[in-house]
Write a protein that binds this ligand. Sequence first.
Ligand code: FMN
Length: 233
Amino acid sequence: MKLILMLVCAGVCLVACASANYPVSPTMTPTPEPTRIPVLSTIALPTPRTQGPMSVEETMLKRRSIREFKDTPLTLAEIGQLLWAAQGITHPAGLRTAPSAGALYPLEVYAVTREATYRYDPHAHQLIVHARGDLRAPLYAVALMQDSILQAPLTIVITAVYARTSKKYGEERTPRYVALEVGHAAQNVLLQAVALNLGAVPIGAFLDDQVQQVLSLPRDHQPLYLIPVGHPR
Ligand SMILES: Cc1cc2nc3c(=O)[nH]c(=O)nc-3n(C[C@H](O)[C@H](O)[C@H](O)COP(=O)(O)O)c2cc1C
């Protein structure tokens, strides 16, 4: 009887441990080769600040979706700070400002500005030029013509490479984990914008395939959120 009890307890413990460590689905598909992205040139970003005059409570109190912006461009320090809030590295082990299931970091963040579209490289805290020229008008056209995109000097585009997460967590949990992660990263950006006295709005209404086309995103970088940011009008 004692032996049976011990075996049952061991079984329960094994199941509990496995779920705490997010079990891998047995129906996992093979991970595709990551897309190679050409690097045109890079721009170093100023070291992000880690202290500021506004408390996190005040940023939450003041956060509101802002859709009208002045023409004033953002400084490189402001752009760097917002990208750092989204996915900056904050730990020697490569851990970031936003949590990630299994620390697999499926998110890739882009910055669309008047001058160019950049990809954020969190490891070097730098911008990688992805496409030269102003893509805000075509982006606006494929995002249901939402004026905030035309007006904002910066739109942060959060994309996800689902395969990074599905290789461990399988097809069933991955969409949920990636959606949760993009929410974490986006909220960091929205609160950071408030702390910089800027305004922002999270945009989910756009044509996925066309945003990918307009921004020449790699096939496996799925756009999930557009966040126009600027000085409130
Ligand atoms: C998932 C999601 C998608 C959204 N998509 C859009 C959008 O496409 N366009 C827009 O102007 N606002 C969008 N919003 C912002 C909401 O309209 C806004 O959060 C809501 O009206 C509440 O206002 P507040 O953010 O000022 O608190 C979205 C918000 C969320 C969470």
